[in-house]
Design a protein around this ligand. Structure first.
Ligand SMILES: [Zn+2]
Length: 103
């Protein structure tokens, strides 16, 4: 499954984030970092992104389906410190800065 394909953008180099399994954990990693190791952007765990969307959209864990959250998000931007902005299709923005999440 290619979740969030072309939805997550690296603020440092402008490339998309790709999904990758790292030691059994699904993570999103900047394409440049993954292929060339030349971007210092932060790799972020999939479950962190999903958690933010889940909380923002008030979805319960039982009902929560990964495919559904892709329909709610228009863009995700991650900077080199791992700070994340999630832009929702309803015009709202969810932020995670210094591991502190605001909805
Ligand atoms: Zn990058």
């Amino acid at each position: 499954m290619n979740l969030f394909r072309k939805l997550i953008i690296c603020k440092s180099c402008g490339k998309f984030y790709n999904l990758k399994t790292q030691r059994g954990t699904e993570v999103f990693i900047c394409q440049t970092r993954k292929n060339y190791g030349t971007c210092d952007s932060k790799t972020i765990r999939m479950k962190e992104i999903l958690y933010m969307i889940e909380k923002h959209c008030d979805l319960s864990r039982v009902e929560f389906i990964k495919d559904e959250c892709e329909k709610l998000v228009s863009e995700i931007i991650i900077d080199k410190n791992g700070n994340t902005n999630i832009f929702y299709k309803d015009g709202k923005i969810g932020r995670c800065e210094n591991s502190k999440i605001t909805f």
